[in-house]
Design a protein around this ligand. Structure first.
Ligand code: SAM
Ligand code: SF4
Length: 328
């Protein structure tokens, strides 16, 4: 699948549910209304859509959400997709908040998952509770430990939040180095109404990097995972540190991704509203032809890029849906 700008689309991210057991302040409002269950694709339909994408050239799948591990029977989908590894699919991964990992780590490994991303913005239990509105840090740390014990390679994702975790990133770099986890820091994006000002949370990674350089030696390296992060190696810990900069640096020119929601809506860009309804195509026929045609038509209108703006002086340029709809 080649889009109008010559980019090859080989990576599909699938938000398997918009629901979550946490309510991170930058991601959701406290009183979120979730989709009625009747609107969701069944797990079988999700698997069929993924299989069609793989036939059309997708090599890498990431399951996300909402919290993917809270969808009932999600392991049956993960096992089904795992069976496609080596048969068109090169990698199956997951982005999770980690709360359910103690339960699922072994099953994920058995299903063929090798690497997972765990979102963790702080190592301070009180701050963790404040950021997630009701999460328990220990539950996530137990989950991360279970994942490592099961043989899963864990990468920690932290969103840089001004006034919240800006005093903690040195500690996170140190902890990740000690535990053998890569760490990726992400700029907060203006996605959905969260009931507070984005500009109060936004902390550009150019500033994060400058702060980290006071304590650590950051060496540029050529490592890539197929996602948008740019990596350096932290000389003192030997760990890798990634930066995802949707706000200060536009990485769209090398975008290889599209995103499917749990209702079968395909977003060709995280930062744009245009979407294609694949649910109608899945349900139109037993044959996969209408679905393939709908996917090809969608790729043919993948936009060049996004242009988020967070600034008090300009009209906000943002996306109305929450991050939990399209997933990270
Ligand atoms: N619940 C899972 C988790 O937290 O890892 C998967 C879904 S979550 C939406 C995926 C990633 O998006 C997380 O790393 C989260 O920190 C990030 N995220 C959520 N809202 C964001 C925002 N407004 N800007 C930047 N990243 C965001
Ligand atoms: Fe849930 Fe992940 Fe959003 Fe936090 S970032 S509310 S864990 S979906």
């Amino acid at each position: 699948m080649i889009d109008p700008f010559g980019r090859s689309i080989s990576y599909l991210r699938v938000s398997v549910t918009d629901r979550c057991d946490l309510r991170c302040v930058y991601c959701m409002a406290e009183d979120m209304t979730f989709l009625p269950k009747a609107e969701l694709l069944t797990l079988e339909e999700l698997e069929r859509v993924c299989a069609t994408f793989i036939r059309l050239g997708v090599r890498k799948l990431r399951l996300t959400g909402g919290e993917p591990l809270v969808r009932r029977n999600v392991m049956s989908l993960i096992r089904g997709l795992g069976a496609k590894l080596g048969h068109g699919l090169d990698e199956l991964t997951l982005t999770t908040n980690g709360t359910q990992l103690a339960k699922f780590a072994g099953e994920l490994k058995d299903a063929g998952v090798r690497r997972i991303n765990v979102s963790l913005d702080t190592l301070d239990p009180a701050k963790f509770q404040a950021i997630t509105r009701w999460g328990k840090l220990d539950q996530v740390l137990d989950g991360v430990r279970a994942a490592s014990d099961a043989g899963l390679k864990v990468k920690i994702n932290a969103v840089a939040l001004k006034g919240i975790n800006d005093d903690e990133l040195d500690r996170m770099v140190e902890w990740c180095g000690d535990q053998g986890h890569d760490l990726t820091i992400i700029e907060v994006m203006p996605m959905g109404d969260i009931g507070e000002q984005r500009v109060d949370q936004y902390w550009p990674l150019s500033m994060v990097r400058a702060q980290l350089k006071k304590r650590w030696t950051l060496e540029d390296i050529d490592y890539r995972t197929g996602g948008p992060a740019r990596y350096v190696q932290v000389k003192e810990t030997g760990g890798r540190l990634g930066f995802i900069t949707p706000m200060t640096h536009n990485f769209c020119e090398s975008c290889n991704r599209v995103r499917l929601t749990c209702t079968g809506t395909l977003y060709m860009c995280l930062g744009q509203e245009d979407a294609a309804d694949l649910r109608a195509a899945v349900r139109a026929s037993e044959s996969d032809e209408p679905l393939e045609a709908a996917i090809r038509a969608a790729i043919a209108r993948k936009p060049k890029g996004h242009d988020f703006i967070i600034d008090r002086r300009q009209a906000p340029k943002s996306v109305s849906r929450h991050m939990s709809v399209t997933g990270g």
